[in-house]
Design a protein around this ligand. Structure first.
Ligand code: GLN
Length: 491
């Protein structure tokens, strides 16, 4: 098998080949490091490549496999969004304010991967503090979409999606507060899962909006996403919001059989501004689910139109509180000044980018006395209604499908002057965060030469059903086998 073929292996195939000693983790890791060297210049998925760490982990993995003690991901190269703290690499959240910061501990998801024997290729790009939909808010340069280098990869986990789409990682981990896993997965034609709030520990995830944040995988197949979730899911004593429910064997759900299942399509998921090619591809995907034997049921999520405005009260409010800790004293950047106050002002003024400042101001305003009830408390009430919409719909159906985004990946620079246009990329991803339910994005076709994506939502903690539907669809189509042509950049 040549080096390029090695970089396109799924985790499931790599697992089988590693266990049969047909390939070694050292080979697999080297092939990835070489590919990153060769093509990541023009893509810029990586902020920090952990070559030495990766080679050492690969050697350990090969020894562990030889002893017959391999875990699910032993020897498999993964990339980590740079909002997950790591003991042996810098963590920046793509912000100047964290330049030079080193965490004294690993995020729980990172230590679970480490214990399982995964190989860390490096830390990948994101919008600063995960605030954005295009990765253009990174302080360290934009990531380019492997399908068209003039377009954004989506965001905020754009490095995590682009690295998997370009064969620069087998799987990656991102975070999703309002769509930051599913939307970039959709824009790059890969699979992205936001698990149920509470399914995966957030300990060591640099907090954006704590009541919405959740960590999840990017992969090139549903099975690989299931394997990754298997390793990272479950109660963690360090995160009191992680839930002590048993973690099922997710691969058991991948039967390909969805006959008789009830799948909901929400009336409200048709909006002005939806690209015709997106409408066409998602409608065809729904037809396919019907052909596979599912019963398609129209459901209503009447408060959907309030999700976006409610999110832009709740998320900035929580962000303004979470980001108060970056004060020039405890972490990273610290700019000297004549007084403590001036030091705070200069460090935060120069350390944070424009979008982060916008969120802090929006959030501080929404939480200030006199406005708190009118904005924050009201947003919480609307959030309850959004959750109730899903509860009522799930009384009728097993899963709900919707497009992931109203458009395909847009051109770099096209929306940077208009934050509202940028925010609109998430109309259909935000409701799942507000309700806390799981959602997966899977490739479902192309429009304008760019990938289109279908979302599947499930009941809280029912990731198995989400995987079942997504996998059955994936197996019936060819989308997830298609790869971007990177020969122009030597790929
Ligand atoms: N794009 C949304 C935002 O800018 C969601 C980001 C996320 O999920 N981290 O807030």
């Amino acid at each position: 098998m040549n080096a390029t073929d090695l970089t396109w292996l799924s985790a499931a195939d790599a697992r089988r080949m590693l266990d049969r000693k047909e390939i070694s983790s050292a080979e697999l890791t080297d092939a990835h490091l070489r590919r990153i060297d060769e093509i990541d210049g023009p893509i810029h998925a990586y902020l920090h490549v952990m070559a030495d760490v990766a080679r050492a982990q690969a050697a350990e993995a090969d020894a562990r496999i030889a002893r017959g003690e391999a875990g699910m991901l032993t020897g498999i190269p993964v990339a980590l969004k740079d909002v997950l703290v790591t003991i042996d690499a810098p963590t920046t959240a793509a912000s100047k304010i964290l330049e030079g910061y080193r965490s004294p501990y690993d995020a729980t998801v990172v230590s679970r991967l480490r214990d399982d024997g995964a190989v860390f290729l490096g830390k990948v790009n994101t919008d600063e503090f995960a605030m954005g939909s295009s990765t253009e808010n990174s302080a360290f340069g934009v990531t380019h979409n492997p399908w068209d280098l003039d377009r954004v990869p989506g965001g905020s986990s754009g490095g995590a999606s682009a690295s998997v789409a370009a064969g620069e990682a087998v799987i990656s981990l991102g975070s999703d507060t309002g769509g930051s896993i599913r939307q970039p997965a959709g824009f790059c034609g890969v699979v992205g899962l936001k698990p149920t709030y509470g399914r995966v520990s957030r300990f060591g995830l640099i907090a954006f909006a704590s009541s919405l944040d959740q960590i999840g995988p990017f992969s090139r197949s549903v099975e690989d996403a299931a394997m990754m979730l298997q390793v990272i899911a479950g109660k963690d004593a360090n995160d009191s919001t992680s839930v002590p429910l048993p973690v099922p064997n997710y691969r058991d759900a991948l039967t390909g059989d969805i006959r008789g299942m009830k799948i909901g399509v929400a009336r409200e998921y048709r909006i002005d501004g939806m690209e015709p090619g997106v409408d066409k591809a998602t409608s065809a995907a729904i037809d396919r689910l019907r052909e596979l034997g599912a019963e398609i049921v129209e459901v209503s999520l009447p408060h959907t139109k309030y999700a976006l405005p409610t999110y832009y009260i709740t998320a900035p409010a929580e962000a303004s509180a979470n980001l108060a800790r970056f004060d020039g004293v405890k972490y990273g950047l610290s700019i000297e000044a004549n007084s403590l106050r001036e030091m705070y002002e200069r460090t935060r003024g120069e350390g944070f980018g424009a979008e982060v400042k916008r969120r802090i101001m929006l959030g501080t305003y929404a939480l200030s006395s006199g406005y708190y009830d009118a904005y924050y408390v009201k947003a919480q009430k609307v959030r309850t209604l959004l959750k109730k919409d899903f509860d009522e719909a799930f009384a009728q159906v097993d899963a709900i499908v919707a497009p992931t985004s109203p458009t395909v990946a847009f051109k770099i620079g096209a929306r940077t002057d208009d934050p509202y246009q940028m925010y609109l990329a998430d109309v259909w991803t935000i409701p799942a965060n507000m309700a806390g339910i799981p959602g997966i994005a899977i490739p479902c076709g192309f429009s304008d030469g760019m990938p289109v994506s279908l979302q599947v939502f499930g009941k809280a903690f029912d990731e198995s059903t989400v995987f079942k539907v997504a996998h059955a669809y994936e197996q019936s189509e060819r989308w997830s086998t298609m790869r971007p042509d990177l020969t122009a950049i030597g790929g």
